[in-house]
Design a protein around this ligand. Structure first.
Ligand code: NI
Length: 154
């Protein structure tokens, strides 16, 4: 396992539409392991492959310690409600802003064994799922923030 370099805003990789994974190779499995290591080392609750320069539809989320959700080719299949909460991103260090997101989401994705599964989440998990899936289409939270907080604000 390895810690990968996290790309920062301004890097082209963060603005690309990522390609779906067609076959789960050992390389993809290693990438998932490395992404989890990288997310944890950076103290993040989610990481998407383009943030480490890989333009594939892959993301990891861990909003509850030890409960890692690995998402390959994730799609949001249902949403409900609305929330406006503070959000940040490992690619945009030191900045945060309030975004409007669904309160509840259901995502369908593939796991590392190629099995299709669904995961539903509310509140922070819903935000993290939406945020990471946004990355796969080149969208950053700053694009949708209804209000940005300047560094030092509380
Ligand atoms: Ni992010």
């Amino acid at each position: 396992m390895a810690k990968l370099n996290i790309r920062r805003i301004g890097d082209d990789a963060l603005r690309k539409v990522c390609r779906p994974v067609e076959e789960i190779t050992p390389r993809i499995v290693t990438l998932l392991d490395d992404m989890v290591d990288t997310m944890r080392a950076a103290d993040g609750c989610g990481l998407a492959a383009p943030q480490v320069g890989i333009l594939r539809r892959i993301a990891v989320v861990e909003v509850e310690e030890g409960k890692v959700i690995e998402l390959i080719n994730p799609q949001i299949i249902a949403t409900a409600g609305e929330q406006q909460e503070l959000e940040g991103c490992l690619s945009i260090p030191g900045r945060s802003g309030v975004t409007k997101r669904p309160r509840h989401v259901t995502v369908r994705a593939m796991d590392r064994n190629g099995k299709v599964f669904e995961v539903s989440g509310s509140d922070l998990l819903a935000r993290a799922l939406c945020h990471e899936i946004d990355h796969l289409d080149g969208h950053l939270f700053v694009d949708r923030a209804v209000r940005m907080l300047d560094e030092g604000d509380d």
